[in-house]
Design a protein around this ligand. Structure first.
Ligand code: AMP
Length: 310
């Protein structure tokens, strides 16, 4: 397994594998890998011949006051896990690699090499802010997490586009855990005719139902206990739907009741939306996404279920 920080080196390693006829799989992550990430890597190993895992805590998707500084970065353990799973390349770029400050005053020949990314001008500036090109997947980026994290999905879509351009994978693997992210990336790929397939893998949960997340590390023992209520609330909604309830308002009330069991849980949103458009629906019908986000201690946690309702 190679660990590569430099974009051009990564491109070369992938080009070599492609020349040998291998299908390339990409698993984009921010590191602090857990069983959720491992499931994506395992799917990539099954469906492709050469697996690249990117580890990059992307500053462009964190808002002011969010947890970028304390986001866990257990790099050595991540590398070890990737090796064990048979990953071919860990692409772990620096922020300077991904968001270089490009010198627009360069001569023509310098610009050419800038395009080849061999001579990007790097400074200690505010890197993502120097990026001039952003991808905004309209409408889908606005509801749910987009409301309380403005700019988040712009950062996500842009870094994914960058990663897709660098690695040129045939398949990229995402988790259902971040349903809105997966829907946005799928739409970007379709709208911009990007030549790859997005594979969405099921949410991996702890035994008690809590969706695995790198941010679960922020929970203390009491909060960790209360965190089971997120999935319990989603399951309650599913139970009520199975019993014939179709009104979103009624379902949301039942979910709120479950979450209120904890005094520490502060609900950001409970949403019942059409799984394609992410528009709120009054009655559940067809492919429905039930999603929620809460603050619990220092953590912001999200979870969701996708249902096909008759
Ligand atoms: P992150 O490192 O949090 O940016 O996540 C990287 C990828 O792993 C994203 O596609 C996530 O949706 C996916 N992921 C995170 N947690 C889980 C989980 N519990 N089950 C499945 N996929 C997950």
């Amino acid at each position: 397994m190679e660990i590569i920080e430099i974009i051009e080196k990564t491109r070369k390693a992938v080009a070599k594998a492609k020349a040998a006829g291998k299908k390339i799989g990409l698993v984009p992550t921010m590191g602090a890998l857990h069983e959720g990430h491992f499931s994506l890597i395992k799917a990539a190993k099954k469906q492709t011949d050469f697996v690249v895992v990117s580890i990059f805590v992307n500053p462009a998707q964190f808002g002011p006051g969010e947890d970028i500084d304390k986001y866990p970065r257990p790099f050595d353990a991540d590398v070890k896990a990737c090796k064990k799973l048979g990953v071919n390349v860990v692409f772990a770029p620096t922020v300077e690699q991904m968001y270089p400050v490009r010198d627009n005053k360069s001569s023509k020949s310098d610009l050419k090499s800038t395009m080849a990314e061999s001579k990007v001008v790097v400074s200690n500036g505010m890197y993502p802010e120097k990026n001039l090109t952003w991808i905004n997947v309209e409408k889908l980026s606005e509801p749910l997490c987009g409301k309380s994290r403005p700019g988040h999905f712009r950062g996500v879509a842009t870094v994914c586009a960058k990663l897709f351009n660098i690695i040129r994978p045939d398949f990229a693997f995402f988790g259902q855990k971040d349903a809105q992210q997966a829907i946005i990336v799928q739409r970007m790929v379709a709208d911009l005719n990007m030549p790859l397939k997005i594979v969405v893998c099921p949410t991996v949960r702890e035994k008690d139902g809590l969706a695995m997340s790198s941010r679960n590390k922020y929970l203390n023992a009491k909060e960790r206990k209360d965190a089971v209520l997120l999935y319990a609330a989603l399951q309650e909604a599913e139970l009520f739907i199975k019993a014939g309830v179709r009104k979103s308002s009624e379902l949301k009330k039942e979910m709120e009741k479950i979450l209120k069991i904890s005094k520490q849980i502060k609900v950001d949103y409970i949403s019942i939306v059409d799984a394609q458009t992410l528009n709120e629906i009054k009655e559940v019908k067809g492919q429905v996404l039930i999603a929620l986000a809460v603050k619990l201690g220092a953590a912001r946690l999200i979870d969701n279920i996708m249902l096909d309702v008759e």
